[in-house]
Design a protein around this ligand. Sequence first.
Ligand code: SF4
Length: 729
Amino acid sequence: MRETKSTCPYCGVGCGVVIESEGRSIVGVRGDQDHPANQGRLCSKGSSLHLTAAPELAQQARLLQPMRRLQRSAAPEAVSWDAALDDVAARIANIHADHGPDALGFYLSGQLLTEDYYVFNKLVKGLLGTNNLDTNSRLCMSSAVAGYKATLGADAPPACYEDIDLAGCLFITGSNMAWAHPILFRRVEEARARNSQLKIIVADPRKTETAELADLYLPLQPGSDVMLFHGLLHIMLWEGWTDSAYIARHTSGFAELKQLVREATPEQVSRVCGLPVADLYQAARWMALGGAEALDGQRQPTLSLYCQGLNQSRSGTANNAALINLHLATGQIGRPGAGPLSLTGQPNAMGGREVGGLSNLLSAHRDLANPEHRAEVARLWGVDAVPAQPGKAALEMFEAAADGQIKALWIACTNPAQSMPNQAMVRRALERAELVVVQEAFAATETTAYADVLLPATTWGEKLGTVTNSERRISRVRSAVAAPGLAQHDWQIGVQLAQRLERRLRHGLPSLFAYDTAQAEAGAEAIWNEHRESTRGRDLDITGLSWSVLEQQGPQQWPMPSGADSGVKRLYADGRFATADGRATFDVQPWKAVAVRRDARHPFSLNTGRLRDQWHGMTRTGQLGRLFSHVSEPQLQMHAQDMQRLQLQSGDLVHVSNPLGAIALPVVADAGLQPAQVYLPMHWGSMFLSGKSSKGLRLAGVNALTTDQRCPRSRQPELKHVAVKVLKA
Ligand code: SF4
C-alpha cells in the first residue's frame, strides 16, 4: 500500500490528509498528523473522501472522455482530445475575430488549484485579451476581499488559526462553523474547555450548533449586520472602550466614522437588529476588552471569525469593513489572539485570489484598474499589454450571455446551472451562448446538460499542485492515483487550448505556455515557479517558497520572501498596513436594508446555507448514502408558530415562491429559527429534486428563488436573503 500526503478538497480549513492507495485504487484516508491546520483530525466529509473515490462510484459518476454534440438537440458523442480541443480552439478564435475578445467569458472555480487558475488567468487576460474571467469565488469570498482592501489595504487575512487558542473573546458572526468548518470549530470547543474565562459571542439570525456554544447569542435580523457593528462602536465610544492611541498612530478616517455611528444609538440598533440593549452593551464590552475584563490594564485579545453571513449580501463589503472597523478602533489586530479572520468557503478561493483569478484582479494581488500593475503583469507574461477594460463579474457574465453579448462560455469545475442565483437568467444564458464548453470531473451536473463540448478533468486523489487555506497557509496537493479514463488536469487542458490559440493569435512567436504537459509534476512546478516570481515585492511575496521547501518544511503561510526561514503567522504586528501611507482606513458606509424585503405577499425571509455532511452541489458527497444520515432530504425549516398558523405538520409539502420562481418540498419545524424566517440548504439542485410532486408541482433547487441583487463594491449576490411566500401544497 502506498501513502501520499495531500489536502482535503472541501472547505477552506485546508486539512492535511494521508491518502492510502493500492495500484489505481484509493482505499483509505486519514488526517495528516503533521499538518498544522488539522493535526490529524478530519470531519465527516474529509474522513469519507476515499469512499467517494471508489472505482465503482467513479465509473458511474465520472466524465471519462471528451464528448461533443454538433446540435443542441443531439446526444453528445465521444471524440478524441485532439478533435475536441481543435474544435473549441477554432470556434473561440472565430468568435474572437468576429465579435472581439469581450465576446468570450470564462467562469472558473475556487476548487481549482493555484496552478490551474494561473494558466487560465494568463490565457484569458494575457493571450485572448479580455478580462472576462471570473469564478464562483465571486459568490463566496469577494466581499471579504473588498472589505480587507478597503480597510487594511490588501486582501490578506491578518490572523491565524492559533489565535483561536490565544483569544480572550471569540466573536463568530455569519458563520455556522460547527457545520461549515468543523475542524476549526473543534479548536474553538477545545479553547472553551481549556479557558473558563473565554467569552464566545455568536451573531446569527439562526440559532445554529455554533450558537449553542455561545456565552452571548445575538439573533440579529437578516441584513442588519452593519447596524449592529456601528451600534457596538457607538457604545464603545460612549463607554471609553476604544483605543484612542492605536487609532491616532495607525489609522485614518475615524472622525467621519465617529460622525456616522453617532446615529446608531443602542435604542435604534435594538429596533433594527431585534436585539436587547443590554446584550449590545455586553457584546461591545467583551469585543473591545477581549473578554470579561482587561487584565493589568491590558486588553485581552478578541478574534472575529466570519463567513457567508457577511459576504453573501448586497452590503457584503460594508459588512466586512464595519467588522474590521471594530478591530481597528479597539487595537484588536496584529497581536496574538486578535484580529479579523474570514473563513474561506472553498478550498482554494485564496489561491485563486493570489493569482488574480477574478475579473478585477491581476497576478499577486495586483489591481486591474492600476496601469502600473497592468504593465508589470504584461512584462511578467511577455505580452504587449493586459487590457484595461474591466472584465465582467460572475453574474454580469451570464447576464451578458443571456443578452447575446457574450457568445462563448467556458466553465471549469463548477455548476452554475445549480449554484448561481436567478436560475432562470443563468439557464437563458447557457441556452443562448453559441458555444458552451464544460471542463468537469463529473458527467451529470445541471451544467453539463448545456455543454456543446465536455472535457474530462481530474479531481481529488489524482490532481497535483497547491492550495491556500483561510490562514494564508499553502499546502501541496498530490496525486495518489493515475487519472481515470482520458481525464486530464485542469491546467493541462488550459495549456493545450492556449497552445492551439497561440498558433492562430501569435503565429511564429515563442509560446507563452511552454509548460510540460507530458510530465505533470514538472509542468505544474514550472507554473508554480512563474506564479512565485510574480509575487516578488508584493504583500504575498512567496519567492522563498519553492516546492522543495514545501516538501521539506511542510505547509507554510505567506508571505515567505526569498531568504525567510518560514512564513508569517500574523500580519500588521508593527501597526503598518498595506496602504500607501501605512495607515489602516476606517470604512464609512451607512447601513442598508436587504434588497428584497418581506411584505404582505411574501412574508418570510428565506436564508440558505450548508449542511454538516454535504458539499455544494453534492456531485461528490451525494454519492455516499452515509452522508445522508444527518439530513436525508431537502426540507424547508420553519418556526413552529408559523407552521401552526399555516396549519402545517412536519413532513407536509409546501409551495415556496416569489416572483423569481417556485419550488415544492417538505416542511419541518426548527427551533433555531425566528418567526417569519425560513431556511433551506443549498445542496439540492434540480438534478436531485427532479420529477414532480404528488401535487403536480415541478421541483427545482433553492436558487430558483434567490436574488441576483448584489453588493455594488464586491458584486457578490445576496444569496443569504430573499422574501418568499409559503403555502401548503
Ligand atoms: Fe475537509 Fe474542511 Fe472537514 Fe477539514 S474541516 S476535513 S478541510 S471538509
